[in-house]
Design a protein. Structure first.
Length: 110
């Protein structure tokens, strides 16, 4: 098991959320690839053919599996009080029109 693989505890939390009817066991290589950001063709051979890993990832993306898993994990974490929903707005990312910053308007001299 590499450091990029899921631990047994992480897998136990994720396994019930995976689609029914798929092959039993861990989805091959998807976690490794998304963690590393490597091209699909560089998925290690121990996870199987890269085309198979990519095909499973895309199928779950198209049918909404990833969205549902994220929603379910988020709901569970929220129910356990593991998420703080505080929002902080930093004014350094808020853009104002240049005239709001005191820029000179056309035709008006000061």
């Amino acid at each position: 098991m590499s450091r990029r693989d899921l631990t047994a505890a992480q897998w136990a939390a994720l396994e019930p959320l995976l689609p029914v009817g798929e092959k039993p066991g861990r989805p091959p290589g998807i976690r490794w690839r998304t963690h590393t950001g490597a091209p699909w063709r560089e998925v290690p051979a121990r996870y199987g053919e890269w085309e198979t890993v990519y095909g499973l990832f895309r199928r779950w993306q198209r049918d909404g599996t990833w969205t549902r898993i994220l929603k379910d994990l988020r709901a569970g974490a929220d129910a356990e009080g593991l998420i703080t929903w505080d929002v902080s707005v930093d004014s350094t990312i808020t853009r104002a029109h240049r005239h709001a910053a005191g820029a000179r308007k056309r035709g008006i001299c000061r």
